[in-house]
Every structure is written in C-alpha cells, then in structure tokens.
Design a protein around this ligand. Structure first.
Ligand SMILES: [Zn+2]
Length: 131
C-alpha cells in the first residue's frame, strides 16, 4: 500500500540518520499538500515501523508528529508565486493534482501572465525533520 511505502521511506531515513550518529528522539514528518496520503493509515504504519526498529535494531524514536506543507507554485516567466487556494482551479481538478502533480502543467497556467512555464516549489513528497 502507498501509505506503507511512504512510512517505510521515512523509517529508513530515520535509521540512516541514527547510523550516521545523529541523536534522533523525535521527528516531524512533513507531508506535502499535493501528496495524496491517508493520514490515519500513514500514522499507524509509522508507529508500527518505529516499534519494529526499537525491537529489532534498538533505535528508539520516542515520538513523531505529522504536519502538512502547503503547495506553492512559481512562474518562470513573470516570477509570480501562488498557492493552490489562490488558483481558480476546479474542485475535481484539485483532486487530480493531488494524485498526479505532473498533470498540473497540461491543464493550468500562471494566474498572472498565463504562461505554462511554472514550477511546483513546495507541497510535494514527504520530508523528515529531526525535532
Ligand atoms: Zn506568470
């Protein structure tokens, strides 16, 4: 399942940090707004994987919190920046963007100059921060 794959990626990142000598007690997992995730399933998966790390590898992560990062876009032509809320995007398209961020370029353009040459500057993927 998708959520488990993401949680495993997070757990692996934490494990690597610990192996490199970092003191990891608590982590913040930042989920991009464009990353389609069932947070309940994700949280459960992460709990279980951290528990497994404690049992099998002695890596003791005491806690984690999940936060969301807002999506942001930047036009390469006029330099305009905007968020998903500021975009006059149809609701059903918003859903599509969550699943396949790449489709955004074929359907939408910069709200200021109309260029399709823009980039997604935030809100994709999953990040791990040590608290
Ligand atoms: Zn523009």
């Amino acid at each position: 399942m998708h959520e488990w794959a993401l949680a495993e990626a997070v757990a692996r990142t934490v494990e690597e940090l610990v192996v490199k000598g970092r003191d990891v007690r608590e982590v913040e997992v930042v989920l991009g707004e464009l990353q389609a995730v069932d947070e309940g399933v994700f949280e459960l998966a992460l709990k279980e994987l951290f528990e497994e790390m404690r049992r099998e590898k002695g890596i003791d992560v005491q806690g984690f919190k999940i936060t969301r990062e807002k999506a942001a876009f930047k036009c390469q032509v006029c330099g305009h920046t905007w968020t998903l809320e500021e975009w006059p995007v149809k609701e059903e398209f918003r859903e599509a963007v969550h699943f396949v961020p790449e489709v955004v370029h074929s359907h939408y353009s910069c709200p200021r100059c109309g260029s399709r040459d823009f980039e997604i500057t935030a809100g994709r993927g999953v990040k791990v921060r040590v608290i």
